[in-house]
Design a protein around this ligand. Structure first.
Ligand code: AKG
Ligand code: FE2
Length: 208
């Protein structure tokens, strides 16, 4: 894998609209779709070691194929055999007190995403309970659904279905996970300073 891009604070957009208040370094096997923007030095070096997490991809895809009763393997087809690693850095000091989310409600465009977080009691990750809404798009779901908070547990990773899996198997079988990240709690007018680091391994072709 090599670094394929760096997106600065507020430059990435959810659904082409809402800016993501995070900085991200992307690593990928295939660099075709990217314009190369090197990350700031120092950001990159601390994360190289996390690439071993990508080894989870194969066993997880096998387990998912079994759970979903699939006759074909989920990964391994050349058109799907892509993976990229996003290292996200969120800093509430940069956020401003008017913004509640580090990451607004969205679905990933992967087949599945493996998400690794630092262990914090109030991590901020929340997933939508899709049984509480009739809406289908992530924006509508974000406004309408109840969200469940997902605390970070030591030695556990989160695996989320992406829109590619939903398209492959149909909404009747799998729905893409709508998720968001709350910024740290605010007390009165005070923002409690907080930094957050997460690693997202996007398996399958992203950005479609
Ligand atoms: O930071 C997180 O926990 C979630 C990151 C995320 O949703 C993404 O990178 O697509
Ligand atoms: Fe995501």
């Amino acid at each position: 894998m090599r670094t394929s891009g760096y997106s600065a604070f507020d430059t990435e957009r959810v659904r082409g609209k809402t800016p993501f208040p995070k900085e991200t370094v992307y690593y990928t096997k295939s660099v075709d779709n990217y314009h190369y923007h090197p990350p700031p030095s120092g950001f990159q070096s601390s994360v190289e070691e996390f690439q071993h997490w990508a080894n989870l991809r194969s066993p997880l895809s096998g387990i998912l194929s079994t759970i979903l009763d699939m006759t074909e393997p989920l990964l391994g087809m050349p058109s799907l055999d892509h993976e990229s690693l996003g290292v996200n850095f969120y800093d509430s000091d940069k956020l401003g007190c008017d913004r509640v989310y580090f990451s607004p409600a969205h679905m990933d465009s992967s087949i599945f995403t493996i998400l690794i977080r630092a262990t914090e009691a109030c991590d901020g990750l929340e997933i939508a309970d899709l049984s509480t809404t009739e809406k289908l798009g992530s924006e509508g779901i974000g406004l309408d659904a109840s969200f469940i908070s997902v605390p970070a547990v030591p030695d556990e990773v989160i695996v989320m279905a992406g829109t590619r899996l939903q398209r492959l198997l149909g909404k009747g079988k799998v729905r893409a996970c709508v998720h968001r990240v709350r910024s740290p709690m605010k007390t009165g007018n005070m923002c409690i300073a907080n930094e957050r680091l997460s690693l997202a391994i996007f398996c399958g072709p992203p950005f479609k």
